[in-house]
Design a protein around this ligand. Structure first.
Ligand code: ATP
Ligand code: MG
Length: 563
């Protein structure tokens, strides 16, 4: 946790941290800070959730407080333990530790029920059996006030009896609801006697069929916060108009130490979607291979792709916390990933689009190994040996028969440096019937071992290579963005089906030729293939019988160049 605290210490002070600091100084809540991160276990966490949880856990860390991980499981239809487990794993992977404070909102159902009974006793809630059509008529709209329900003046005794019978299962689903009694003329529609409980015969993954009435989010959430002694309830902007009800409820129930709800803007990223409904649809309809598909904006997808947790945290820190809605460019995330991996990922040689090279004056068997540096950015990463040889592969893009001006790689009669190796010069080449290069024949200069010439002769280009006899073949998955549209779901300002904008080239699989050391990497390791990009060993390696790599990110922002 110590590196996290350092990161936090550098974090710019946003308006939420400023509020918390001021309240702590003033001794509010005895100077304590208690936050919570409350995901609904109806999907996997995504990069947007990372923003919320870095804030919730981050503030707790910075102010010597605690942060609860609370499963907001009050809406049983789409929740399950697969999601619960993935959420816990992702939170921990991001570097945050809820310790023993993993809670389930549904475990408070009995206490919530008691709170509802208390509201009824105080004359602040009533059972209402308006039909859906009547409900529409009574509700009013943004410009017109609503009308009081004919049920609004039921006696406390009748309400208590009806609510108990709702719980007992005496009424059909939807036959009636429990409502707060506030103000049907309020300009804020959320204050027009909002629904607190509805009847739904749904199976809850944690409580089975114990309940047939379920609390509404707006009723449940403030109570969950109050039960846990939360001091600062941080949430996204869409909850701003729900805040008056949040405060009304806890005030009406006389909670002495009330949490303060503060809203901030969501993270939106271009070229992806973040609604759980859409992410679920991508998974269910097999547009991707599961929630952890490396193209998904989920935490598990990013992890599988090879993105380090520190890159996610740094990205979130860079985006900052404000009240303004905006869209963050995917390039910023990609740059955070590059920055982190540049410092941490060891470097290797791999050729993903090979053409054979034969060194015509080199013996059939290697004479001596070459020394390669593992990471020039990290002296502690050490070095390794590479076997040179007569038969090599180089990347197809590194040879041209008729090179344009300024091309410093291999071409007929031209000399280049092989990374960690010798100077080689192209003597001739072979092509197939269509004119495609099938082999390049080169000579090498034995005096240039290690990459420089004793006669001071310079070459401008350095290219990567592998020894064709010792290289291992691996499956390389080259990922690109999942959508071609910057704002999936929109085209020229018109709404369209986001699935029509899936990028047909979001993954391309090739066979790569890798230096042998790469065959020993464990699943999850991330390395740089020099001059190409960062690549992570995929879990499929275990069942594929060969190494499988995911491209985490290319070395440069190739996307912008393509446009
Ligand atoms: P849905 O997509 O179904 O509306 P949700 O994204 O709000 O759901 P929750 O599980 O309720 O999902 O989210 C948990 C917490 O994460 C909430 O506090 C929510 O405000 C926050 N959160 C969700 N998406 C983002 C986002 N894009 N940026 C910042 N915070 C987010
Ligand atoms: Mg939500």
């Amino acid at each position: 946790m110590s590196d996290m605290i350092n990161e936090a210490a550098e974090a710019p002070v946003d308006f939420i941290r400023a509020i918390v600091a001021e309240e702590v100084k003033a001794g509010k809540h005895g100077g304590n800070v208690m936050t919570r991160f409350p995901p609904e276990p109806n999907g996997y966490l995504h990069i947007g959730h990372a923003k919320a949880l870095c804030l919730d856990f981050g503030i707790a860390d910075e102010f010597n407080g605690k942060c609860n991980l609370r499963m907001d499981d009050t809406n049983p239809t789409k929740e399950n333990y697969e999601y619960v487990n993935s959420i816990i794993e992702d939170v921990k992977w991001l570097g945050f530790d809820p310790e023993e404070r993993i809670y389930f909102a549904s475990d408070y159902f009995e206490r919530m029920y008691e709170c509802a009974v208390e509201l009824i006793k105080r004359g602040k809630a009533y059972v209402c059996d308006l039909s859906f059509e009547e409900w529409e008529q009574y509700r009013g709209n943004l410009t017109e006030p609503g009308k009081n329900s004919p049920n609004r003046d039921r006696s406390v005794e009748e309400n208590l009896d009806l609510f108990q019978r709702m719980r007992n299962g005496e009424f059909e689903d939807g036959a009636m609801v429990l409502r707060a009694k506030i103000d049907m003329a309020s300009p804020n529609i959320n204050m027009r006697d909002p629904v607190l409980y509805r009847i739904r015969r749904e199976h809850h993954f944690r409580h089975g069929d114990k309940w047939c009435i379920y609390p509404m989010y707006d009723f449940a959430h403030p109570l969950e916060d109050a039960f846990e002694g939360i001091t600062h309830s941080l949430c996204t902007l869409e909850f701003e108009i729900h805040r008056p009800f949040y405060d009304w409820l806890l005030e009406t129930l006389d909670y002495p130490h009330r949490p303060r709800q503060i809203e901030f803007s969501r993270l939106n990223l271009n070229y992806t979607v973040m609604s759980k409904r859409k992410l679920l649809q991508l998974v269910k309809e097999n547009h991707v291979n599961g929630w952890d598909d490396p193209r998904m904006p989920t935490i598990s997808g990013l992890r599988r792709r090879g993105v380090p947790a520190a890159a996610v945290r740094n990205f979130i820190k860079g985006v900052g916390i404000t009240k303004f809605d905006g869209v963050t460019d995917m390039v910023r995330l990609e740059n955070s990933i590059r920055e982190e991996l540049n410092a941490t990922a060891p470097r290797f040689l791999a050729v993903l689009d090979p053409i054979p090279v034969e060194i015509i004056n080199y013996p059939e068997t290697p004479v001596e190994p070459l020394i390669a540096v593992n990471n020039p950015e990290d002296p502690e990463a050490g070095s390794r040996e590479l076997a040179f040889g007569r038969k090599l592969y180089i990347d197809r893009a590194d040879f041209m028969i008729e090179p344009p001006k300024g091309y410093f790689r291999l071409a007929p009669g031209k000399e280049v440096r092989l990374r960690y190796g010798y100077y080689i010069k192209c003597e001739s080449y072979e092509t197939d019937a269509d004119g495609n290069v099938t082999k390049v024949l080169c000579s090498y200069d034995p005096e240039t071992r290690g990459g420089s010439s004793p006669d001071g002769r310079k070459v401008k280009g350095t290219i990567h290579w592998v020894n064709a006899d010792t290289a291992i073949e691996a499956e390389i998955r080259l990922y690109d963005r999942l959508f071609t549209a910057e704002f999936p779901g929109l085209e020229n300002g018109e709404k369209v089906d986001f699935l029509t904008q899936l990028n047909p080239d979001s993954v391309k699989t090739v066979t790569g030729y890798l230096e042998p050391a790469l065959g020993a990497l464990a699943v999850g390791s991330v390395v740089q293939f020099e001059r190409t990009g960062y690549f992570a060993v995929d879990p499929d390696t275990e069942k594929a019988g060969k190494m499988v790599f995911n491209r985490t990110v290319s070395l440069k922002d190739s996307w912008n160049k393509k446009k």
